[in-house]
Design a protein around this ligand. Structure first.
Ligand SMILES: C[S@@+](CC[C@H](N)C(=O)[O-])C[C@H]1O[C@@H](n2cnc3c(N)ncnc32)[C@H](O)[C@@H]1O
Length: 210
């Protein structure tokens, strides 16, 4: 799964993962992150998700990281915010009131660049990556966020039935990836349909890592 794969998805407007409304697990379980009223929440691999305007509407500060600058431009257009853009090494930082999005490779975002975050919301980020990248992703996320509490939304299905992304990431793997740094609890699970393969039995699961 190289970077070009995702750039092509964005250029070809193939974003089956993009939801037109805020994610139901987020709406239901944001409280589990126990954020202060003006807390700062980090969304790795954020795309142009509608979760961002929803989080902003709750008064929270949002920090994101997204490979596709094209996606980040669309996000700011949808928010009707003209961003201030600065360059930090290989990454461009798009900033507006209460929002800061790093356009570039997540692995190039350092703890210093990110600053202090009070919580992490991962929806379709861990599951976007193939197994061989997931350990590196999880470790980098822990490192740059100083172990901030996470609300993680993942998918589980029979991996032999479909090639990801999204990949199936089950509870055993989540414990394996994060168990050393967090207390890991499954807080919700429900059946969903993945548009790409509607007959596949898929569960969306919400995990609290604290
Ligand atoms: C499945 S999408 C999920 C987007 C968003 N979280 C959502 O729920 O709509 C995965 C996103 O990760 C981005 N991505 C993939 N690899 C990345 C990397 N190394 N650094 C930053 N973003 C990356 C892709 O461009 C894509 O927008």
């Amino acid at each position: 799964m190289d970077k070009q794969f995702w750039h092509d998805k964005w250029q070809q407007k193939k974003q089956g993962f993009h939801q037109n409304a805020p994610n139901e697990m987020l709406v239901k379980h944001l409280g589990a992150l126990a954020l202060a009223e003006d807390g700062r929440v980090f969304l790795p691999l954020c795309g142009k998700t509608n979760d961002i305007p929803w989080l902003l509407s709750k008064g929270l500060h949002v920090v994101g990281a997204e490979l596709s600058e094209f996606a980040v431009e669309q996000l700011f257009e949808a928010l009707a915010i003209r961003p201030e853009i600065s360059i930090i090494g290989t990454v461009k930082c798009f900033c507006g009131p209460k929002i800061q999005i790093f356009a570039g490779d997540f692995f190039d975002v350092s703890r210093e660049m990110l600053g202090v975050v009070d919580g992490i919301y991962d929806r379709a980020a861990l599951v976007a990556l193939p197994k061989e990248m997931r350990r590196r992703y999880a470790q980098h996320l822990v490192d740059i966020s100083a172990n901030a509490t996470q609300l993680l939304v993942s998918f589980v299905y029979e991996q032999t039935q479909m090639n990801g992304p999204p990949f199936s990431v089950d509870g055993a793997e989540i414990h394996h990836l994060y168990g050393q740094n967090y207390s890991v609890t499954k807080i919700d699970s429900k059946p969903i349909s993945l548009g790409v393969m509607s007959e596949l039995i898929v569960r969306e699961e919400a995990w609290l890592l604290e």
